[in-house]
Design a protein around this ligand. Structure first.
Ligand code: SME
Length: 157
């Protein structure tokens, strides 16, 4: 597929529905994990303009920074720490409407105000997380969860 993204305006559902087939196209025929994570982060950032979009990957019992789009970020997060470490520990998606109210939130940037973290599974084990941050409060809901979980399910390890 061509390496350019067709961006649509409209509501978030329409944006996701336009984006998901394009992400499938980007992943098709490309077996390299880092390349695929990089393109997913770029596609999400380009379509939605979020502050930070990226992946952390489990390595030696820590989350280590992977491909991302946005400002520089913390490189290592322990299990149970912050939103990412909690999503990993609980093996579930976490939506935070106001990061200041999340106990133990790791502030990579004081500009980040709300976030969603989606775990990546293989055979029921979490091998990484997708972390999306916004500089606005309350930017993520169950719809984002639904579509972002569909997107990460496309990743083959
Ligand atoms: N906010 C995250 C840390 C990662 S950065 O925001 C990129 C957390 O508390 O897990």
């Amino acid at each position: 597929m061509a390496e350019d993204l067709q961006i649509v305006l409209g509501n978030k559902k329409e944006q996701y529905q336009n984006l998901i087939p394009q992400i499938k196209g980007l992943l098709t025929g490309e077996p390299d994990l880092i390349a695929n994570l990089a393109n997913i982060a770029a596609a999400l950032k380009e379509q939605f303009g979020w502050f930070w979009v990226g992946f952390y990957i489990v390595k030696n019992d820590e989350l280590v920074l992977g491909p991302f789009q946005g400002p520089v970020a913390c490189t290592r997060i322990k299990k149970g720490r912050g939103v990412c470490g909690s999503s990993w520990e609980k093996a579930e998606t976490i939506i935070v409407t106001d990061v200041e109210k999340f106990p133990g939130h790791i502030a990579c940037s004081s500009l980040s105000k709300s976030e969603i973290v989606v775990p990546l599974f293989k055979n029921g084990i979490v091998w990484g997380v997708l972390d999306v941050d916004s500089e606005l409060l309350d930017q993520f809901n169950k719809n984002d969860q639904l579509y972002l979980e569909q997107i990460v399910a496309l990743i083959e390890l």
